[in-house]
Design a protein around this ligand. Sequence first.
Ligand code: DHB
Ligand code: FE
Length: 281
Amino acid sequence: MARIIGCVTTSHVPAIGRAIEKELQEEPYWKPFFDGFKPVHRWLAESRPDVVVIFYNDHGLNFFLDKLPTFAIGAAQEYRSDDEGWNIPTVAPFPGDPDLSWHIINSVVAEDFDITTCQEMVVDHAVCNPMALLWPGGKPWPVRIVPVEINTVQFPLPSAARCYSLGEAVGRAVASYPEDLRVLVMGTGGLSHQLDGERAGFINKAFDREFMTSLTADPQWATKYSTLELVEKTGSQGIELMLWVAARAALGSGGVREVAANYHIPISNTAAGMLLLEPTG
Ligand code: DHB
Ligand code: FE
C-alpha cells in the first residue's frame, strides 16, 4: 500500500528562484534560509520518496481571476513550469503520476469534495521553488508529483477548516492506494506576508511561531479562525498558510515528530518558514 512518510511545508517566494539561478545560497542574506534545508536533504536521502503530493496555490498562471476553482487536482503525465511574470527561470518539467492522481480525485469526490480535474496544468513558483529547495539541481527530478491546488488568491476562499478536511481526505486516499509507494506531502506558501495595500510589509512573528508549533500536536489550531481573521493576523498573502494546514492534515491524527524547522525574517516581503514532520506511528 502507499504510505505517507513525511510532510514538508515551506515558503515559496519567487526571489528564491533568482537566488538559485545566481547561486547566492552562501550570501549572508540567503544563507540562514538555505541552510534550513540541509537537514531536509539528509532526511530525503534516507527516506527516498517516490511521489510528492504538493498542496499549493496558483498565482494567475494556470488559472486566472476569470475562472478560479476553489480546489483543483492535476492528473497530467507531466507538468511544465512557467513564470507568471516574476522573470525567474523555468525548471525541468515535473513527471506526473496520473494513476495516483485519478485515485485521489475519485476518492475525494466520493467524499463530496468538488474538484476541478486538470489533465493539463502548468505550475508556477509555488511548485517550482519548493521542489528546487528540496532537490537542488532537479535534473531529472527524482520524484513524480501530484499537484493539489487551493484558491488563496481571490475571495471567496475556502476556510482553513475546509482545507484541513480536504487534506485529511487526500491522506485517506493515499493510504488506500494499492501500489507500494513512499509519498511525501508538501504544503507551500506563507508564512505571514502582505505584498500590497496599506499594510504592505506586514509580518506577524508571534502568530507564525504559534502556528508552526501547533502543527506537530494540535494541527487543527488554525482552523478556529475564519479566512478574514487569518488575513488580519497574517496578511493578504499570509493566508497561504492554509496550504500548510491542508498538507499537515494529510498526515492524519496519529503521532507526529518534528524533524527540522526553520524561521527567518525577511525573505523578500515574507517571514520564511520551513517545517519537516514525520509520522511516529
Ligand atoms: C512574495 C511571496 C509570495 O508568496 C508570492 O507568491 C510572491 C511574492 C514575496 O514575498 O516577494
Ligand atoms: Fe505566494
